[in-house]
Design a protein around this ligand. Structure first.
Ligand code: ZN
Length: 136
């Protein structure tokens, strides 16, 4: 059940890591060119290349750490599956976490207020506000 969302976050992080590695490779290339420019005494070009190289290197490392943090957060905030338990006679409604063996219309123990058996009416995945798609 929780494997779906962690698979998605793994795919996102793999994609981001690929981008970060590309930026990393480009920054190393820039630094190598910078060294070459320095060797042929083109110090202005060398300075620019070093600046670009180290800036993108820093950005890549920063993004990598931010992504790792976010992925860890996503794993912690896995949406919970909730079960709604209702008593049809007196209308008592209870929401609790999903338990193994729960299914809709399953009869549970007796209601606290009346003698009627409580039943499961809905089972749903809790969706958080920030996970809703963007609207204009
Ligand atoms: Zn009841």
């Amino acid at each position: 059940m929780s494997t779906n969302s962690s698979n998605t976050s793994n795919r996102i992080s793999t994609f981001l890591v690929m981008i970060v590695l590309a930026v990393l490779a480009l920054s190393i290339v820039a630094i190598i060119f910078g060294v070459q420019a320095y060797l042929i005494e083109n110090e202005t070009v060398a300075l620019y290349l070093f600046a670009i190289g180290f800036l993108s290197l820093g950005m890549a490392v920063y993004v990598l750490f931010q992504t790792r943090k976010r992925v860890e957060k996503m794993k912690i905030e896995d949406p919970k599956v909730m079960t709604t338990v209702e008593c049809k006679k007196c209308g008592t409604k209870d929401v609790r976490e999903f338990e193994r063996g729960d299914f809709v219309f399953k009869e549970l123990d007796k209601c606290d207020k009346c003698e009627e058996n409580k039943i499961i009416t809905t089972i749903y995945k809790e969706v958080k506000e920030k996970e809703k798609p963007f609207t204009i």
